[in-house]
Design a protein around this ligand. Structure first.
Ligand code: NAD
Length: 354
């Protein structure tokens, strides 16, 4: 069994991707997991059904910016690996209030690196050789593409939003801790994720929920911005593979070769909702409306994931069509999960107009 006698710290494990990583590791491997999460607005422990009863799982409510309590967790659990997914992650929120992004994404990653380094230096040579620090990042650090071309691992960084600039900064810190202190780090840069348990303010769940309610469906600008979509469970599997077999000091791009315009995404959701939950009022595409664009809205992202595919044998299992159909079905069948978030005060309001 994979990850036998291995304890993994997953930071941000109550978030969208972190919870998918923990569900995968508990279901498909022997890893022991410590979920370290501050529980911000984006967190939801209901995204980890059954985990609390699993003897291989522990939860610690903790901010990654606080060195001393983090040190105690390293001493208590003696982890073999860290997967860093704790972050402020929403571009629109970073436009309205960048301070939290600087704090968690930069200062938090720095603090976690320092405590991981201290722990790593205390290990036996054999455990030190096995230890890994995997930092999870985004393709947004590369900036925006024109109509052609793909981001590779050697594309120069050119972040455009406070979010992507803070992530770029954290990626550089991780690299420097490897080069300077020899901490065994790896970095992954992934394209846009979607799937079950996605917070309602992100494009795909936002449109599904508004489409179910028969409300107007806002599309930024002309709807022609392109994103390369990856089903979150494919991302979680890629991360486990990189942790297990990735080369120390390497970076890996993760993407599903699923470039779609935002307008295509919204139209596809309308069609799936019409199929799965028909209404008497006609096709939901009529609800689409174009709204003012996001400031600094990157035009196109697209990932070349061939290094991950060729070196580690990873393949995305879901196409955009199969993954989106599963996602729409999940939101239709799990209203209690997202309704609880709406009832908790989240208002579906427009953010990030600058
Ligand atoms: P998310 O916002 O859903 O979850 C982030 C989690 O981190 C939350 O549970 C939150 O409580 C926790 N957190 C925030 N600040 C913290 C702090 N100071 N200390 C401890 N925990 C804290 O984010 P996500 O979409 O799951 O993204 C996870 C990671 O993957 C991020 O680093 C993000 O940059 C990266 N990423 C996301 C995408 C995407 O499409 N969502 C794509 C590529 C990369």
């Amino acid at each position: 069994m994979r990850f036998e006698r291995t304890t993994i710290f997953v930071t941000g494990g109550a978030g969208f991707i972190g919870s998918a990583v923990i569900r995968h590791l508990l279901r498909d491997t022997a890893a022991r997991i410590v979920n370290i999460d501050k529980l911000t607005y984006a967190a939801n422990l209901a995204s980890l059904p059954g985990a609390a009863e699993d003897p291989r799982y522990a939860f610690e409510r903790q901010c990654i910016c606080e060195a001393e309590p983090l040190r105690k967790l390293f001493e208590k659990y003696q982890p073999d690996a860290v997967m860093n997914l704790a972050a402020e992650s929403h571009v629109d929120r970073s436009i309205d209030g960048p301070a939290e992004f600087i704090q968690t994404n930069i200062v938090g990653t720095f603090t976690l690196l320092q405590e991981a380094l201290r722990h790593w230096r205390s290990l036996s040579p054999e455990r030190r050789a096995r230890f890994r620090f995997l930092h999870i990042s985004t393709d947004e650090v590369f900036g925006s593409l024109g109509a052609e071309g793909l981001f590779t691992e050697t594309t120069a960084y050119a972040p455009n939003s406070p979010y992507s600039a803070s992530k770029a900064s954290s990626d550089h810190l991780v690299r420097a801790w490897r080069e300077t202190y020899e901490l065994p780090t790896l970095v992954t840069n992934c394209s846009n994720n979607y799937g079950p348990y996605h917070f309602p303010e992100k494009l795909i769940p936002h449109i599904i929920i508004k489409g179910l309610a028969g409300e107007s469906l806002p599309v930024y600008g002309d709807g022609q911005n392109v994103r390369d979509w990856l089903f979150v469970e494919d991302h979680a599997k890629a991360l486990a593979l990189v942790l297990e077999r990735g080369g120390v000091g390497e970076t890996y791009n993760v993407g599903g070769r699923n470039e779609r315009t935002n307008l295509h995404v919204v139209q596809s959701i309308c069609d799936l909702l019409d199929e799965q939950v028909p209404t008497g009022d006609g096709a939901r595409r009529r609800l689409i409306s174009f709204v003012k664009d996001r400031p600094g809205h990157d035009r196109r992202y697209a990932i070349d994931a061939s290094k991950l595919e060729e070196d580690l044998g990873w393949r995305a299992e879901e196409s955009f069509e199969t993954g989106l159909a599963k996602t729409v079905r999940w939101y239709c069948e799990n209203k209690h999960w997202w309704q609880a978030i709406l009832d908790g005060g989240y208002q579906k309001a427009r953010l990030g107009t600058g």
